[in-house]
Design a protein around this ligand. Sequence first.
Ligand code: NAP
Length: 228
Amino acid sequence: MKIAVLGTGMVGRAIAGRLSTLGHDVVIGTRDAEQTLARTEPDWLGNVPFAQWQQDHQAVRLAAFADAGAHGEIIVNATQGALSLSALEATGAANLSGKVLLDVALPLDLSQGMPPTLTVANTDSLAEQIQRTYPEARVVKSLNTMLADIMVDPARLPGRHNVFVAGEDAAAKETVTGLLREFGWPAEDTVDLGGIRAARAAEMYGAMTFALSAAFNSFDFNIAIVRA
Ligand code: NAP
């Protein structure tokens, strides 16, 4: 499929790279492609400059958000969550209309240092803000509860563990679940949390993610649900 992955960070790269390896036609969206390719320093998380990453992923093209959005039959939002609405505005409502929008972002506020707080929580979520702003888009929240490398390769962790989906559109959730299956997520480990409102819980788990990462000194873990 033609897929637009909005975001040049480690999540955008992980998802775009994996989708491309799986045979999808992937364009990564960024604010300004020339500027992004001109970067020579690692990003704030220590990831290599984008141009260096792209040398190993030449099938993945880089384009401005709007051009990427026009390309994608499915759109993945992997932009900095506090600024995702701005990235989606640049992508353009017409390029989102009717499309499945897989939202992976966390609305983190890092302005007070670690651990971050959320810019929206409790009574609202980023995914709901996106769905309200783009009612014609078919928003599905998923994958935001784990490290990028685990999103696209669940087998890197031992045993069974879980991924969540939330959204209003059942067919859109099926499309996303299909992509998750391609990444290696078995249906029985994919938990449907219901409507987009459940994105509040999935995003607020972010607080627990950072608490656990401080305890483990690593983000390389995931949730495994144990039930009676
Ligand atoms: P990130 O650094 O959080 O986001 C990078 C992207 O945000 C870039 O594409 C950047 O655009 C865009 N961006 C930054 N400022 C912007 C602005 N003012 N307007 C529009 N776009 C802007 O990258 P990440 O670590 O890959 O995370 C992506 C998302 O996934 C985040 O919401 C994060 O919280 C969430 N998440 C991350 C992980 C993880 O493992 N890192 C796990 C779970 C969830 P340019 O390309 O133009 O620079």
